[in-house]
Design a protein around this ligand. Structure first.
Ligand code: MLT
Length: 410
């Protein structure tokens, strides 16, 4: 019998969203007439923008001819997409990146889970709490932690509580660490890091020789142009940060799959013999060994998100979701709930009503109002006492959800 990777046995619970899915399916089976409104997992609901659909059609036609057919693509992405990323996501914000510092992939979930593979097993890891569970679980699987305590905190990880007091944007710890995961705009709290907070993290990373893993999957939802969208807008970040960005939420690609990871050449790590090694080169080695490029059709679709029409259409979708977020924030706030987020992110982070913990409130919302949320405790112990609502849904459903919650709880 083959030995298994025992570290998997430390995982305190099933992955959050399948766990929620199981509870919701059980409820739906028992109550087939209930009209559920799903504001749990942050999955887009608007159809693909016309410019993106047209690009998919064109690319499909190309693939149907001998001249236009393409097999394996370049591992790091086609030049047409990498150049569009450099131009629109970076140069437009004053950031210069070389083509070979960008790695196109099929999702930021994968990238943020896989990136830890190129770092030593003895690296110390810092995360915020609550946190996107992928950052923690993948380090548990790799063996960088001990067991979870009764609260679900893994021994060996440095947790920084994201609280109402610190605006859900914790400052760097007083101690050092090798890797720190940051997500801004934040999933799940919807908070956003300003230049000052992000600058403090970059300074901390430089002082402690740490690497920041910066997840910017929700950057398109930032409403204030003065807020940083990329960590490379912060002086010194090229030497200490890896950035991940995605087309999932900004262009409706959750089912299409395209994202990218950026690693500047200056970023180095240390080998066991003390020599400096390029992190970018290691990721390139991993990427080319374990990944065979995002389909041509999908990369053409992603490129179309940067065209004038594509930008206009996808920005309109972002505005639609952000209007949903405003309606939830204001509607629930007016009903007496304490509500955060939803200003620069498509997530509302609300305090649970007096006397209900996160999972109790989740269950009550499901059974009394037929609404699916995500219990804050599922993102970490400091998420206890909160629940996340996603703004990715139709206007009609969002308005109905607010009405139902107000009726049941106000
Ligand atoms: C979420 O709901 O937290 C996200 O949709 C999960 C993800 O992007 O993987």
């Amino acid at each position: 019998m083959a030995n298994i990777n025992d570290h998997y046995l430390k995982l305190a619970a099933g992955y959050l969203f399948p766990e929620i899915g199981r509870r919701v399916s059980a409820f739906a089976d028992a109550h087939p007439d209930a009209e559920l409104i799903r504001l749990g997992i942050g999955d887009v609901t608007e159809p693909l923008a016309p410019a993106i659909v047209a690009a998919l059609h064109r690319a499909t036609d190309e693939m149907a001819s001998a001249e236009g057919f393409r097999g394996y693509g370049p591992e790091n992405g086609y030049d047409f997409l990498v150049d569009a990323i450099r131009e629109h996501d970076y140069r437009a914000r004053g950031v210069e990146l070389a083509a070979d510092e960008i790695f196109v992939s099929d999702g930021s979930k994968q990238d943020s889970g896989n990136i830890q593979e190129i770092f030593g097993l003895d690296c110390s890891i810092c995360v915020t709490d609550p946190v996107y569970p992928v950052y923690v679980d993948t380090n548990v699987m790799a063996g960088r932690t001990g067991e979870a305590d009764d609260d679900g905190r893994y021994a060996g990880l440095i947790y920084l509580a994201a609280t109402e007091e610190n605006g859900f944007a914790p400052s760097p710890p007083s101690q050092g660490a090798d890797l720190a995961y940051l997500c801004s705009p934040n999933n799940p709290t919807g908070a956003v890091m300003n230049r000052e907070v992000l600058g403090a993290w970059v300074d901390w990373a430089r002082e402690n020789d740490a690497v920041l893993i910066f997840d910017a999957a929700y950057d398109a939802f930032i409403q204030d142009p003065a807020l940083p969208r990329s960590i490379y807008e912060i002086e010194g970040a090229r030497r200490c940060a890896i950035e991940m960005r995605s087309f999932s939420k900004r262009a409706g690609f959750t089912g299409v799959r395209c994202a990218y990871t950026t690693i500047p050449r200056e970023l180095v790590g240390k080998a066991s013999d003390g020599s400096e090694v390029s992190i970018r080169d290691l990721w390139s080695r991993r990427h080319s060994t374990k990944f065979n490029s995002v389909p041509y059709l999908v990369q053409r679709a992603a490129e179309a998100a940067f065209s004038a029409e594509g930008k206009k259409q996808t920005e309109e979708q972002v505005r639609y979701y952000m209007e949903n977020a405003r309606l939830m924030r204001e509607g629930l706030g007016a009903a007496g709930f304490t509500v955060f987020g939803g200003v620069h992110a498509p997530y509302i982070w609300m305090r649970t009503p007096e006397g209900l913990d996160s999972w109790d409130f989740f269950d009550r919302l499901l059974s009394d109002s037929h609404i699916v949320g995500t219990p804050g405790a599922g993102f970490g112990p400091a998420g206890e006492g909160y629940l996340r609502l996603s703004a990715f849904n139709s206007r009609e459903n969002v308005e109905e959800a607010v009405t139902r919650i107000r009726k049941a709880f106000a």
